[in-house]
Design a protein around this ligand. Structure first.
Ligand code: HEC
Length: 327
């Protein structure tokens, strides 16, 4: 049998067997000195070398280049852990390709050998290879396109900033609000006497309670599907979203934020998040498209009233909730 073909089979079949049967053994839950993925990779390379030496296979240089390039691709794509972002992957592969190319083009002879099968394929001397190329290439491109636009359920490898730095100002319904100096117009008691007011104790604070009630109505018309009817982020739709809807009871969300931050987040939603919060696509809708400015402020007022948290104000440390949330 043709030695080049044997060499090719040794590589392809070997890779399939190694990847499917041996790789799982080398990636146990508890990684050890022997049982780890890098030892596995060295074993695979050793297998290639040993088979080629003992069978005295001398693949043509173009095929050798393909093997070396393939090994790099395999390493960066499947072996290296944790997975690297694709931009880094592309960078490594470009360098790897340049290295491979330098090797095959080191002198005119190897370079001629390297080009020969490619030229022969193009001019039609290798009819079969030409057909494989003509049919395979469009399929490959089509598959890559399909793959890249097919929605993925995997979590992005990039870390997500849950509370990104807000912009200095935000423009809602044609009006520009400087976030640092904007306050909730419905938080009517300047002295903050309401800050310890927890559900049902506020009956005599009529005006405040009127706004809270209106905010509650807006909440149950729009927000509870995701943020839950107890504001704990466990609404009926919450389970399909990643990131999950914010849990307002949790001390890590609205309790440590300024009301103007919420105003910005509610108005602009997931689409309005800056780059550091992407590519995790937040399902939070941009509510400026459905609610007017007053409704946004009222629903924010309700969220603080219900949970018992007090919004953070500039220059103070976190929240001082009297009742510690509404569980
Ligand atoms: C379709 C589901 C959905 C609906 C409906 C929804 N939200 Fe959200 N919301 C989310 C998700 C998901 C997040 C968390 C991810 C993020 O930070 O964007 C979020 C985050 C937030 C945050 C940010 C909290 C933080 O810690 O930064 C606020 C405030 C908020 N929502 C308020 C509201 C209000 C008010 C409404 C109703 C007017 C509402 N949401 C309706 C899905 C939703």
């Amino acid at each position: 049998m043709n030695k080049a073909l044997v060499s090719f089979l040794v590589f392809v079949v070997g890779l399939a067997v190694f990847h499917n049967a041996i790789f799982p053994i080398f990636t146990p839950k508890e990684v050890g000195w022997i049982l780890n993925r890098y030892v596995y990779f060295l074993l695979f390379v050793a297998y290639l070398l040993v088979t080629h030496f003992t069978l005295r296979l001398k693949p043509p240089i173009a095929m050798m280049a393909l093997f070396v390039w393939g090994l790099g691709f395999y390493f960066y794509k499947w072996v290296l852990y944790p997975p690297i972002p694709w931009t880094l992957f592309i960078t490594y592969m470009v360098m790897w390709s340049i290295g491979t190319f330098l090797y095959v083009s080191q002198d005119p002879e190897t370079f001629r050998d390297f080009r020969r099968p490619i030229v022969k394929t193009i001019v039609g001397e290798y009819k079969f290879a030409q057909w494989v190329m003509l049919i395979g290439m469009p399929i490959l491109v089509g598959f890559a396109t399909y793959n890249s636009i097919y929605p993925s359920y995997e979590e992005p490898v990039e870390l997500r900033t849950v509370h990104p730095a807000p912009p200095a100002t935000t423009k809602v319904h044609g009006k520009t609000y400087p976030l640092e100096s904007t306050n909730n117009p419905f938080r009517i008691d300047e002295q903050d006497n309401y800050k310890d007011s927890f559900p049902f104790l506020d009956a005599e604070k009529e005006e405040y309670m009127k706004y809270v009630t209106e905010g509650g109505t807006i909440f149950f018309q729009n927000c509870h599907y995701c943020h839950g009817d107890q504001l704990n982020g466990l609404g009926m739709f919450s389970h399909v979203f990643n990131p999950t809807p914010a849990n307002f009871i949790d001390p890590g969300t609205i309790a440590m934020l300024q009301e103007s931050f919420l105003f910005w987040r509610v108005a602009k939603g997931g689409p309005g998040l800056p780059n550091e919060s992407t590519p995790w696509s937040s399902a939070m809708p941009p509510w400026e498209e459905h609610l007017n400015t007053e409704e946004i402020w009222k629903v924010i007022l309700f969220e603080y009233w219900y949970t018992g948290w007090h919004p953070r104000t500039f220059g103070t440390e976190g929240s001082t909730a009297g009742s510690g949330g509404g569980e």
